[in-house]
Ligand binder design. Structure first.
Ligand code: AGP
Length: 591
């Protein structure tokens, strides 16, 4: 959950280049930053708490052709300058940045202290250069020393390292993403994610888990981390553009990505029909299908359980990836596990995928990030093609995931064309809905409720998972305590939470459960709640009404859109940065 970026090549502004590129990785963590520049006069390291976006890249313009940089989401050790990366060994000859967790760092640290090493930070990362230093007592080759050091590490890590006496950049990957950017003119870039270097090149090579890459800026060598065997890599041209990864005219990525849904849903629907039908058949014939995800992606899985039930009359199992571990008891080779993930790097989802594969089950991945670990290691993959999602709050990825899953449900009922038509109509209606007047109406509602410290959301059927998702959206960007409930559960406890004026949002459609959820709304209104309906039809139960088109089986996709907009404005009105909420990061690559 950190961003790392390194460059080596012909350019002499490597420090400035990595600082500018690292700003595009800030969404991966923004507690602190650090840069190391290898110059003819020695290594210059600058690091501090705060956001890399506040750092002036021109401060790093000194002659340097090899540099590494890091933007941190603190896991081990508080948010302090001393805990910021890069970290070095005692004499500063070995410089390292790291994404992930060295799980056995305390044991290694004890061994190193016994050998006389001293440490300046509380981090797990700082033991890495010291272990490499120990390995250099048996080999003078820096890359070999790094390779040998990695055999001692347990956990997940992506590491960039250099030594003061050599002009090579070494990277190793076990569980945390690293991608190489290839530029014939400039040299080589190595980063946690493509936006770091995509203004320089769109040609990439993917480092896989258990691999090392070494480059001097002129040539590059990929090897197996353990055996040293060469691992040739294809050069791949990425398809999306720089501007797709930038904010455009929006103040924040979150609002931009909400507004993009009129297009991203259509892109998600634009799949190969035959592939969708093959997946539908695989679900129909599997001995149990498990939908698995985390956070918002898990709520897409929960909504899909209703899609398959209502549209295809087929039962599927849903589990959050963190809870999937004990499900291996159920798994058979004939089981099908569908993992859903925007980033394709979420540690719990990767673990779930590996558990499934270990039991011989087939894994289908529904992901957004092309080339991610889950994309490359699943048996089958469907890309939702939402484009880069940079805001920590997942919006267009959610609706893309639900669109794909709903389409598969329709295909199971041999009605794929109907499903596509419904979803394309829904995308067009969202396009019409997200007009300035509508957005202003939601902004005024945000004004009205932004001082409340509790907001509740209720729903039934596929709107129940959306009630839970609504809570995540409101919580994570505005820090308001929001909770989602199944409407029918209110009377069994949660209704005790309702006080005079408590904002309570009802998510509804025009379907078999609409009357039930309206009854639930009346119950909470009678307890003094300020009731807000997000529904195709108004009702006297609603004090406030946000109209949404009747989207039938796609109502969950439709109803979450105004919630996303409301969450955005709640955050902004409460003075928060919706793109970089506290304590969170975009990709949870640690367990
Ligand atoms: C969503 O708004 C959150 N940022 C978070 O719950 C996220 O959905 C979760 O961490 C899963 O991420 P993934 O889709 O990249 O696997």
């Amino acid at each position: 959950m950190c961003g790392i970026f390194g460059y080596v090549g012909k350019r002499s502004d490597a420090g400035k280049l990595v600082v500018e590129g690292l700003k595009n990785l800030e969404y991966r963590g923004y507690d602190s930053w650090g840069v190391a520049c290898k110059t003819t006069k020695g290594t210059i390291i600058k690091k501090d708490t705060g956001k890399i976006s506040a750092v002036n890249a021109d401060d790093f313009a000194h002659g340097c052709s090899l540099a590494i940089a890091h933007t941190r989401w603190a896991t081990h050790g508080g948010v302090t300058a001393a805990n910021s990366h890069p970290h070095t060994n005692a004499d500063g000859s070995i410089v390292v940045v790291h994404n992930g967790i060295i799980e056995n760092y305390q044991e290694l640290r004890k061994e190193l202290v016994a050998k006389g090493h001293t440490f300046l930070s509380e981090t797990d990362t700082e033991i890495i250069p010291h272990v490499i230093e120990e390995e250099m007592k048996t080999t003078s080759d820096f890359a070999s020393a790094v390779r040998n050091a990695c055999t001692k590490f347990e956990g997940r890590y992506g590491i960039l390292a250099f030594h003061k006496t050599s002009d090579i950049l070494v990277a190793t990957r076990t569980g945390s993403p690293l991608i190489v950017g290839v530029s014939k003119e400039d040299g080589y870039f190595i980063a946690s994610d493509i936006p770091a270097f995509m203004e320089h090149t769109k040609v990439v090579q993917y480092l896989d888990d258990g691999e090392m890459v070494v480059t001097d800026g002129k040539s590059i060598l990929f090897t197996d981390l353990i055996t040293g065997e060469e691992k040739p890599k294809r050069e791949i041209e990425i398809t999306w553009s720089v501007e797709q990864a930038q904010k455009g005219e929006y103040a924040h990525f979150m609002l931009k990505e909400i507004m993009e849904q009129k297009d991203s849903i259509a892109r998600a629907v634009n799949q190969d029909d035959e592939q969708i039908r093959v997946i539908a058949d695989a679900i129909a014939n599997a001995s149990g299908t498990f939908l698995v995800g985390c956070g918002t992606a898990h709520k897409a899985c929960m909504a899909a359980e209703y899609f398959f039930s209502v549209v295809a009359e087929h039962h599927v199992n849903v589990t959050s990836a963190g809870e999937f571990k004990v499900h291996h008891h159920f798994l058979k080779p004939e089981s099908l596990v569908i993992v859903v993930s925007q980033s394709g790097e979420t540690a719990d989802v990767l673990e779930a995928m590996n558990i499934a594969k270990a039991k011989g089950s087939k894994v289908l991945a529904i992901v957004n990030s092309e080339g991610s670990t889950i994309h490359r290691e699943a048996d089958y993959t469907l890309l939702i093609n939402a484009g880069p999602e940079r805001a920590v709050a997942s919006t267009k990825a959610l609706t893309g995931q639900m669109a794909v899953l709903l389409m598969i449900a329709y295909a199971m009922n041999d009605k794929l064309h109907d499903g596509k038509t419904l979803l394309l109509e829904t995308a067009a209606q969202i396009n019409d809905m997200l007009n300035p007047r509508y957005v202003n109406h939601i902004e005024s509602l945000a004004d009205k409720i932004q001082t409340h410290e509790n907001i509740y959301i209720i729903g039934k059927s596929w709107n129940f998972p959306m009630a839970l998702e609504s809570a995540i959206k409101i919580q994570e960007v505005s820090y308001i305590h929001a909770e989602g409930f199944a409407g029918g559960e209110l009377k069994h406890g949660p209704i005790a939470l309702i006080e005079e004026g408590t904002p309570c949002i009802t998510l509804a459609g025009n379907d078999e459960v609409t009357q039930d959820i309206i009854s639930n709304t009346i119950e909470i209104k009678s307890r003094g709640a300020m009731t807000i309906g997000i529904a195709p039809e108004n009702n006297e139960a609603y004090e406030e009404w946000i109209k949404v088109p009747d989207a039938g089986a796609a109502q969950a996709i439709m109803n979450i859109i105004p919630i996303q907009v409301l969450s955005y404005f709640l955050a902004v009105k409460r003075g928060m940065d919706p793109d970089m909420p506290r304590n969170l990061a975009k990709s949870v690559t640690v367990k």
